[in-house]
Design a protein around this ligand. Structure first.
Ligand code: XMP
Length: 310
């Protein structure tokens, strides 16, 4: 089947299933962005596109998504729920619990928006690897992905998932066909929370946001879009190690840099970037963020590791 026939098939599916007002949570990632554009084309103002600012996002993300909504003349709302998420995550350490809390808080926010808009349907950009890895059919539960595992059974909205049989490479091909950006790396629904090992605090979030920006800027500055890894990001570890700052002993945070090559996120091999790039990242991170004094590089493939650390 051709890319344009996939697109027509998805639009027909939306028209067939959605009989009233609908809402979609747009994360800014490839999947939900593609679905929001396709659904807006067929539903127009019967669709509300909601961007939930969880506070667990990267620097510049809210502004980028706002521009995307405006560029596509979509009916949208941006909801700042960052304090709600931070309070819900207070004291939580277990990765699965974090994911579940984020999923639940997300649904609470979305339900409120849906009620205000009078939506009956929830459109969701779930793609094949999401449900396969959420204990859908083929495997045991590896991680409860927030866009699948977090949905409560008693949700009033009717769920429509027009992308659920598609894989990342097909999503990219359709996005390209529609003139959308395809150089964005995937970003997990629970955001930076699954890249902070242990409790999520405002301080750790701030550190990780700054490190993440450095890693992204360095990779994007050094490599052309087609040369970039599938994902490149940083993880804040709960270990502190000894270092030196000037002539004083320091006891700072450690971050791990993860870069991985993949075609569909199901498997992956760690990227072998140049030592110069890694050194530049390590030097910039430790120069600009004195609370961090050690940077390590993750050399594990998927499997056995997953892409995200939690
Ligand atoms: P893992 O860590 O399971 O990740 O190897 C596979 C891909 O999925 C992304 N990821 C998520 N995406 N909700 C999402 O929408 C989630 O809860 C989630 N967890 C991981 C991850 O970044 C990678 O691209």
């Amino acid at each position: 089947m051709s890319v344009s026939s996939y697109i027509e098939q998805i639009k027909a599916d939306i028209l067939d299933k959605v009989k009233g007002r609908a809402i979609i949570a747009v994360s800014g990632g490839q999947d939900s962005s593609l679905l929001s554009v396709l659904a807006s084309q067929v539903l127009a103002d019967k669709l509300l596109c909601v961007f939930v600012d969880t506070g667990l996002l990267r620097i510049g993300e809210v502004e980028r998504v706002k521009k995307f909504f405006e560029d596509h003349s979509m009916n949208y709302r941006i909801v700042d729920a960052s304090q709600e998420f931070l309070s819900a995550l207070k004291g939580v350490i277990d990765p699965e619990e974090k994911r579940k809390i984020i999923g639940k808080t997300f649904i609470d926010v979305l339900n409120r928006e849906a009620e205000n808009f009078g939506a009956e349907y929830l459109l969701q950009g779930t793609i094949a690897p999401d449900w396969i890895e959420s204990g859908g059919q083929k495997r045991d539960t590896i991680k409860s992905h927030h866009n699948v595992g977090g949905l409560p059974k008693d949700m009033k909205l009717k769920l429509v998932e027009p992308l659920r049989d598609f894989y990342k490479d097909e999503i990219r091909a359709m996005s390209r066909e529609l003139g959308m950006r395809t150089d964005l790396q995937p970003f997990p629904g629970p955001g930076l929370a699954v890249r902070i090992m242990g409790e999520v605090t405002a301080e750790k979030l701030d550190l990780l946001k700054r490190v993440t920006k450095i890693v992204e800027d360095k990779v994007e500055g050094a490599l052309k879009p087609e040369e970039r890894p599938w994902q490149y990001f940083a993880v804040l570890l709960p270990v502190r190690t000894t270092g030196v700052h000037g002539d004083r002993r320091a006891y700072g945070y450690t971050v791990a840099v993860r870069m991985i090559d993949s075609i569909d996120a199901m498997t992956g091999t760690f990227t072998k970037p140049s030592w110069d790039l890694l050194e530049d990242i390590a030097n910039t991170v430790t120069d600009e963020i004195p609370e961090i004094n050690r940077v390590v590089y993750d050399i594990t493939n998927k499997p056995p590791a997953t892409i995200e650390w939690e």
